[in-house]
Ligand binder design. Structure first.
Ligand SMILES: Nc1ncnc2c1ncn2[C@@H]1O[C@H](COP(=O)(O)OP(=O)(O)O)[C@@H](O)[C@H]1O
Ligand SMILES: O=C(CO)[C@@H](O)[C@H](O)COP(=O)(O)O
Length: 470
């Protein structure tokens, strides 16, 4: 064990909590821990925030002596989830997660009331079902007593940060995914909060870049008084972990699929495809996100009794894997669709079609994400998330993007970005500078291959025919 300072980075994502203990000087990952979450099935997607808290404890226990030795900690978390707490910080109900589409009617009503153009101009994003504002609106309609009893409203990462350091705070990256934090003034929109019946006093204070959330409370498996970073949403944390600069795109293949690049221009896309998030340390993070990514492809592989790598080229099958409804394109009521079957279609071709269908919306949104700063670039696409470990995912992205792809050797970029934020508090550097010093994007590169326009055309036609999406 080295004697230098140690930063802990946490990724509280949809499926699990991961913790990395990182050597601040070298970026070496000294230890890692992971504990799974349970997510409800059926109509909604919920997790009890106490499950996240217990998972964090379990993952910290797995890093052994490094928890006690750590000098700073930050939490990156799944975005958007609605956490409602009682006066002593206990959850009043399970959190409504980003991939819970029950608030689709509330999203439609909010967008209709103010117009997509207003949402984009003022809040940077047109709120689809993932956004917290739609979940609060759902709660006030379906469980008014719970909404009335709320003494605090938090996002997943804020909830954990508060348990560690005691302060009710968030950061601008995660605040920008609520739909009630206006990106044009960087303040909570009090008129909107009044309209949806949410007292601004219940919301966390939004910290600025480089501000700490406080220090650790007594009674944790960490030393008391250790610095706690502001944390941020998981995508913003991964962008920090990669030390991205504007025009350098990343594609994350996990429970959600996301594509993003930092920008100096504030995004304001009225089509709703590009979410105008703030970055985890200043700047902006235009991003497109799908609800159906690795879990949907794994589900199709399971239905076909195939290994996830058993893909076959060829055929004319199109599979739109909207198993959870979809967010990009905005089709919360959709289900999966399979077309183009022939007598000679093989199971492996159907599986390949699932990969293509899951990657399609992300890759078509990439140009829009890059256009925010006008940095259309041929920088390699950095592939991260669990899916980036798979050959079939990598080859699908190469074939449908026509871009060079690089796979960082570093894993768990969200936790690594959180660790870089925590390390920056100790060294005075920005998290991006820390990540660049740690060389987190190093990894094998794969040259561009000709783009498979025939497959892209088939997908575009199927979407237009079935869902009128053009
Ligand atoms: N070797 C692999 N090849 C392809 N996919 C993988 C591999 N390992 C994990 N995955 C996928 O990664 C997903 C988890 O990704 P991860 O980024 O950890 O999720 P989350 O978005 O919840 O943080 C799983 O759903 C699984 O399908
Ligand atoms: O909703 C979004 C982004 O807007 C998702 O990216 C969530 O932040 C969930 O992330 P993972 O659990 O897939 O990491």
């Amino acid at each position: 064990m080295g004697n230098g300072p140690i930063a802990l980075g946490v990724d509280s994502s949809t499926q699990s909590t991961k913790v990395l203990a990182v050597d601040v000087e070298t970026g070496e990952v000294l230890a890692r821990g992971q504990a799974r979450h349970t997510v409800s099935e059926g109509a909604g997607r919920e997790t009890d925030p106490e499950v996240w808290w217990r998972a964090l404890g379990t993952a910290l226990a797995q890093i052994g002596p490094y928890a006690e030795r750590a000098d700073a900690i930050s939490v990156g978390g799944q975005q958007h989830g609605l956490v409602v707490l009682d006066p002593v910080g206990r959850p009043l109900r399970p959190a409504l997660l980003w991939n819970d589409v029950r608030s689709a009617p509330q999203a439609d009503a909010l967008v209709e009331r103010h117009g997509a153009a207003h949402w984009a101009r003022r809040f940077g994003s047109v709120p689809g079902t993932s956004f917290t504002v739609t979940k609060w609106a759902w709660l006030t309609e379906h469980e008014p007593e719970t909404a009335k009893a709320a003494a605090a409203v938090r996002l997943p990462h804020d909830f954990l940060t508060e348990r560690l350091g005691g302060a009710g705070v968030t950061d601008r990256g995660d605040a920008s995914g609520t739909g009630w934090w206006a990106t044009d003034t960087e303040t909570y929109d009090e008129a909107l909060l009044a309209e949806i019946g949410l007292d601004p006093a219940l919301l966390p204070r939004v910290l600025g870049p480089g501000e700490a959330a406080g220090v650790t409370l007594p009674g944790l498996p960490l030393r008391e008084g250790v610095l706690v970073g502001a944390g941020t949403g998981d995508n913003a944390a991964a962008a920090l972990g990669l030390g991205l600069v504007p025009g350098q795109p990343a594609l994350s293949l996990g429970t959600s699929g996301t594509v993003y690049t930092p920008a100096t221009t504030r995004p304001t896309d009225p089509t709703g495809i590009v979410a105008g998030f703030a970055g985890g340390h200043g700047d902006w993070l235009p991003l497109a996100c799908t609800l159906n990514c690795t879990l949907a492809v794994d589900k199709i592989a399971g239905l076909l009794s195939l290994d996830r790598e058993a893909v076959e080229a060829g055929g004319s099958t199109v599979l739109l894997p909207f198993l959870d409804g979809e967010r990009t394109p905005n089709l919360p009521y959709a289900s999966g669709l399979l077309t183009g079957l022939r007598h000679d279609t093989t199971p492996g071709q159907i599986l390949q079609a699932a990969y293509d269908g899951a990657a399609y919306a992300l890759l078509t949104a990439l140009d829009q994400v890059l256009a925010v700063d006008g940095t259309g670039s041929d920088e390699p696409l950095l592939l991260i998330g669990g899916g980036a470990r798979g050959t079939a995912w990598r080859e699908t992205v190469r074939r449908l993007s026509g871009r060079a792809v690089r796979i960082p050797v570093a894993e768990e970029l969200v936790a690594l970005g959180a660790a870089a934020q925590a390390a920056g508090l100790l060294t005075g550097e920005t998290p991006q500078a820390v990540a660049r010093r740690w060389d987190t994007t190093a990894g094998p590169s794969f040259d561009p291959v000709p783009r498979d326009d025939a497959a892209l055309d088939r997908l575009a036609t199927a979407l237009a025919d079935a869902f009128d999406v053009r």
